[in-house]
Design a protein around this ligand. Sequence first.
Ligand code: TXA
Ligand code: MG
Length: 353
Amino acid sequence: MAGAARAALSIVGRPAIIDHVTTIVLPVDPQLPDPTAIARAAAVLRAGGLVVFPTETVYGLGANALDVEAVAGIYRAKGRPATNPLIVHVGTIADAQRLATTWPAAAEKLAERFWPGPLTIVLPKTSLVPETTTAGGATVALRMPSHPVARALLAASGVPLAAPSANTSTGISSTTAQHVLKTLNDRVDMVLDGGACPGGLESTVLDLSGEHPRLLRPGLIGVAELEAVLGTPIRVAAEINERQPAPSPGMMPRHYAPTVPLECVEGDATARVAEHVAKGLRVGWIVRQSRKSPQAAVVVALRNDVAGYSAALYSALHELESAAIDRIVVEMPPDESQWLAVRDRLRRASCPP
Ligand code: TXA
Ligand code: MG
């Protein structure tokens, strides 16, 4: 795969081991990506290589979802457990239908309303989808992204793209190419740098393979929005509200975690921060802007609306991870349904290794 990709890029030398490729970074306009850059990236993907690309949620680490060797490269590059299945990105509804054995009315309604966009639908897979992609499971997670770079890449490559978030396993997802390169430089063939991802949090994952729709991962599209379209209630996997392993195999308790320990505090964290400071710890404190600026080594104030907070959260975590601090304290947004995805990510980020 990386070897094939190198050949496709006419880089001299013997096909290499994936773990030591030289990553090519190509800047692209996020709205109108240069077709030449997209064609280069598509050639790498068709040859079995790994290409990181921006989506409307976070950056994805892409490979041809139907190529077992290419997909194995994703797991290697991320250090991802083989038990955690990948989301398959498609360019059209027809492409999604080819990969699923059924296309229920619920999928039709949701795709019509939310695709392209940050919704992932889980359905029984057809034999076209290799088990490596679904981690041995009988279902496949399907998503049609709306970001112009992702769409152009899907169209040019002509194959569905397996793409987990572009970060090493359990780490913070990437919303810029700089975040990607912190951990994946020289582990992927190419990065398409389309600037910051507008959404900032991952897609909502909804399981439609069973009798009732079930939320496996809260995301940018809220449960109420989905229910309004479906006209039926959605069950929320219990593990989303408790720290249990695996409603979907990849929902580990610890995930999205910075290398600096992170602590979630409900309500005012002033006293907690003061305790840390008294012990000589340098504290990074994440608050919402409505609040008066507190005293701490580093204070990051995120916007007080869900979209603004989500868009900036991972960037803030990356920034604090790189700052010389000992502890991140987050004042949690309220326990309300609109903040479900943000609170889910923060709780997982706070789990000890
Ligand atoms: O926004 C997103 O969804 C981003 C961008 C790049 O599209 N992708 C992403 O992928 O977040 P990843 O691999 O980091 O998260 C995929 C989640 C995991 O929790 C995984 O376990 C779950 O989706 N998943 C994938 N396939 C599944 C399946 N067949 N059944 C249940 N859960 C599945
Ligand atoms: Mg991820």
